[in-house]
Write a protein that binds this ligand. Sequence first.
Ligand code: ISC
Length: 466
Amino acid sequence: MTSTFRTLTVPLDGKAFPGGLPSFLVRDDVLCWTRREAGLAGFGEIARFTSTGPDRFLEADIWWRHLVLEAEVADSVELPGTGPVAFGSFAFSKTSAHESRLIVPEIVVGVRDNQAWLTQLTFDGGPLTGETAHAVLDRWLGGGSAAARAAEGTTAAADSAGDASLGDVAGQAGGAVVRPLPLAAGATLHTGSLSEEAWMEAVAAGVAEIRTGALEKLVLARDVVATIPSGVHAADVLRELAARYRECWTYGVDGLVGATPEMLIQVEGRTAQARVLAGTLDRRDAHGEDGPPMDYATRVLAGSEKQRHEHEIAIQSLTKQLAPFSEAMNAHDEPFILELPNVWHLASDVKAELTEVEGHVPTCLALINALHPTAAVCGTPTLVAGELIRKLEHLDRGPYAGPVGWLDAAGNGEWGIALRGAVIEAADTVRLYAGCGIVDGSQPEAELAETWAKFRPMLESLGISS
Ligand SMILES: C=C(O[C@H]1C=CC=C(C(=O)O)[C@@H]1O)C(=O)O
């Protein structure tokens, strides 16, 4: 036995699973990060770090850097996400009781740029070979599963007659088939921390504070609780989200599941990228309107001074926080309209070339420490908005609106903001969260309706019609 951290990465035949990474979302305890056919899926757990409080990002950063410092890494693929990898989810608030966490899986499947790989991670002293890696994956997925056969390079994989469900999944994830969702029998929805009326009063109170000049923007969230007698199945939810929300990043970490359209920070070598969103329009609002729906979105969303103001605040807060870490940065001059199945958003992509700080390119967790919470999920100024959120929301957001994603030993990683998601609290219980940017002029009823539009991806994936 040894306590040395060792990893082995070997190539996989990606053609064997045409559905890409979502083909591997077959266990409820999967750790996942996926968009379109790419991403990472992890199984098992060989190490975990937890923390709470204001230093949770930096403590996690130190823990991870120590862990990988003396790791023995054999990696014949050498892409971002190969070698040692951890998945993580962090609490939104420094005062939250919710534990932020990094989880190191036993086995990871990765897909990127039409390449696929398998990484085995261990503290044991035994041999690490392609065979041991495949055997571990097999143990987690079951020898007969299509995904396991795919991983072994058996091309009959995903659409084999014996595993129709995986064939379906592969088809959906490729954008070919999105079948109607089955409804969860007997599912019920309950009020969360605040009733709808009380939440609208909180929004009105927030607008009143903004009018005093104490702050410019505030993001207020609420929760609803779904009870599903037949059980909440994370893998089903993740596959549905991955198939339907292909522009989003579908995440699954330790009971936190969702598909976020917002990228807090993606680091690849010296390049960092973010996607900032603020400004939302329910696509159902376009029903009955004349002309193409996109014209309606352009008129109502991009043409709205309120929405553009809300967006401008979000983009300024991100670029200001990122500037000290960047030697060059560019952002769109004009926001674009991001079209999702449920809503349109005003969106801006930001790209930065990272500069060395004290002799090192900052790691993604160091960047997150500086960026979180952005104005898209908290408000401006941050401290005033944070105080007001605690006073008005009556909600521990837990991991909602916190960073969620993965990182590797080279400092690469992808961290979204955990939006459009939920926490599976028990076998039949799931808590959903959604929030809205509040500025001067926000109407409580309209914001409440917007939370329902933002709950929709999760409600539908859970089989609850909305
Ligand atoms: C806080 C959420 O969304 C944020 C991200 C995009 C657009 C937003 C908005 O228009 O209010 C929010 O700032 C949420 O989905 O819970």
